[in-house]
Design a binder for this molecule. Structure first.
Ligand SMILES: [Zn+2]
Length: 220
């Protein structure tokens, strides 16, 4: 292999998406994590993501504005799983947390079969690999298939997910960090935490790739 083709091979390994921006999907000059300048400038970080009732600590990567929304949409609904590294890039687990394991927010088995993957598990695995943590999918299951929450307000969301999760007694005494793609009202995370604590988890933290306190318009 000559130097030129070796260089190309290395670049291909580093930028497998052939310089397509992870957010806007345009061919562009992208930075080391696959984002064009325009999108990079528009990204907003969730430095202070606020708190969620019933959760011992909460952190998020990005605010759910236009570029983050575009990346998340293709990751979640169109199988663009390679965007996981970008989506977890801004997540920093606070030093004061003692995390025994990461627990992805489960999808109902029917929805997971239709989609082919659980986006939260993909994110949890990527964080675990990066930070040297373990993922436990056996500690929490979704026992009720709840309708999509996109058009529900906070009260309706809380009602929608009530008793939707069941935790295994194996979580007893553990400090777990829930992982989800998105936080809107926090209703789903709160319900997961309730189930885990009922089964004896000693602490429940939550990590989401994106954070939006507003109602989401999925029509775009
Ligand atoms: Zn872009």
């Amino acid at each position: 292999m000559n130097i030129r083709s070796m260089k190309k091979r290395i670049l291909d390994l580093l930028f497998p998406q052939h310089l397509k921006c992870h957010c806007c999907d345009r061919e562009a000059i992208v930075n080391s994590y696959g984002i064009c300048k325009e999108c990079e400038d528009a990204l907003l970080f969730s430095a202070d993501a606020g708190s969620i009732e019933g959760i011992d600590g909460y952190t998020a990567g990005l605010q759910y504005n236009k570029p983050a929304k575009r990346a998340m949409w293709s990751f979640k609904y169109h199988g663009a799983l390679y965007k996981k590294e970008f989506l977890i890039r801004y997540i920093e687990i606070p030093r004061e947390w003692t995390v025994d394991c990461l627990v992805p927010v489960p999808l109902h088995i029917d929805r997971q079969r239709r989609r082919g993957y659980n986006q939260s598990t993909v994110l949890a695995n990527a964080i675990a690999e990066r930070d040297g943590l373990t993922v436990r999918e056996d500690l929490l299951e979704r026992v009720r298939n709840t309708p999509q929450q996109a058009h529900l307000n906070q009260k309706e969301r809380q009602k929608n997910v009530r008793n939707a999760f069941r935790a295994s007694p194996d979580c007893s005494g553990l400090c777990v960090a829930l992982v989800d793609d998105m936080r809107t009202t926090g209703a789903t995370l709160r319900e997961c935490a309730l189930a885990l604590k009922k089964s004896g988890a000693s602490k429940v933290y939550a990590i989401t790739a994106c954070c939006s306190m507003e109602e989401i318009d999925y029509s775009e």
